[in-house]
Design a protein around this ligand. Structure first.
Ligand code: HEM
Length: 358
């Protein structure tokens, strides 16, 4: 018996529809739009930003992390010393302008400075031939976790309970039990009280990067900026002002610029380059190279200042500097892009006639 002739096109359409369904389904799965029961959805940049958002109320137009901060500008006076480690144009002797941002971690732009044990410094340096070097550093030399997934779990543990509106300490305890690698970060904080201002703190790249010199030799490094001002711990008198960090910087800049030295620390073979929770041995600092001076001479509000619409993506690098194999770096780059897209869209909407700004 021969098959009815109309079945052939029906079968062909069914196969095409099934193929399209599988392809679309795979995209939706990878994008985190559909979930199978009992299978955890993949961690996407959008889900990472969702979990940052879930730790606070809505703050349209603000960064989803490091929400509180201010814009700064100045220049980097390169002394040529970094050229022994990398052929990057930023290490040739010269002066390069930058726009920067000083901030504190956290998703709430209204948080009090007293609540921030960590300070942060981001830079976008403009280099010859349209190159740029963007870096975002924290005042602790290590990170609390080594993988994007662990960061997601940490932030999920900080979500306030829907009924009480409070963070459940038991959730955080369970997270810390499962993640002993976070101990080093907390121990470091316990031994190093926060600085009394933005310009007497050191800031660290934390993640490792790979430098290539003019001869093609490569090595892993971490960098830091070390202040000329002597470190002082924050005091109860400082924290009476909830915005003491920004106020103090503005007052200080009236007297002249503030300065840090950009120090590059090369790794030795075997030093961890893919684990931001681990320090390198202290003796590595004996071989660090002073590459020049980072100078801030101006500060302005982040609401309409030059840093507002900058994404300090740590993977925007000049030739001669490349990412290491640290999995946090790619996750940072993609998460910062989602945060940037959401906040600049909200900015644009607020700027429409008839809408209030923020
Ligand atoms: C997977 C790990 C990380 C994620 C998902 C993450 C997420 C974010 C997000 C969403 C922002 C806001 C970006 C924007 O809207 O422009 C941000 C800013 C920032 N992050 Fe991270 N971060 C991570 C790791 C780190 C590490 C290891 C450091 C320290 C080296 C760091 C330092 C900073 C700094 C300083 C800023 C503020 C940049 C600015 O002033 O705009 N982050 N982070």
């Amino acid at each position: 018996m021969t098959k009815a002739p109309y079945l052939r096109p029906v079968a062909a359409y069914a196969i095409i529809a099934l193929t399209l369904g599988v392809v679309a389904g795979s995209f939706a799965w990878v994008a985190g739009w559909i979930y199978w029961p009992f299978v955890p959805p993949p961690l996407t940049a959008a889900r990472m930003i969702d979990v940052f958002e879930s730790t606070t109320r809505k703050h349209p137009g603000f960064r989803r992390n490091h929400a509180k901060g201010l814009c700064v500008s100045g220049h980097f006076d390169s002394n040529g010393g970094g050229a022994q480690l990398s052929r990057a144009s930023v290490f040739k002797r010269g002066s390069f302008p930058f726009i920067g941002r000083l901030s504190a971690p956290g998703s709430d732009p209204t948080q009090e400075d007293a609540d921030a044990p960590v300070r942060s410094f981001a830079l976008k340096m403009s280099l010859p031939q349209g190159e740029e070097w963007r870096t975002a550093m924290n005042s602790v030399p290590i990170f609390a976790v080594s993988t994007p997934d662990a960061l997601y779990q940490q932030l999920a543990a900080l979500q306030p309970d829907a009924a009480s509106g409070r963070v459940d300490p038991a959730k955080m305890e369970r997270f810390l039990e499962k993640h002993p690698e976070t101990r080093a970060f907390h121990e470091w904080l316990a031994k190093h009280p926060a600085s009394s201002n933005f310009y007497n703190a050191s800031y660290f790249s934390i993640n490792a990067f790979r430098f290539t010199d003019a001869q093609g030799n490569t090595r892993f490094v971490r960098w830091s900026v070390v202040p000329e001002a002597a470190y002082q711990p924050v005091t109860a008198i400082d924290t009476r002002d909830p915005d003491f960090l920004a106020h103090d910087l503005s007052k200080r800049l009236v007297r002249g610029p503030v300065r840090w030295h950009l120090m590059i620390t090369p790794a030795a073979p075997g030093d961890p380059t893919a684990d931001a929770t681990r320090l390198w041995p202290q003796e590595r600092e004996l071989h660090r190279v002073d590459a020049g001076v980072v100078v801030i001479d101006q500060a302005e509000s982040q609401i309409d200042g030059a840093c507002r619409d900058i994404n300090f993506d740590p993977l925007v690098l000049p030739a001669g500097i490349e990412p290491s194999d640290d999995p946090l770096l790619a996750a940072r780059s993609s998460a910062y892009a989602v945060s940037f897209n959401r906040r600049t869209r909200e900015e644009a909407q607020a700027a429409q006639p008839g809408n209030s700004r923020r």
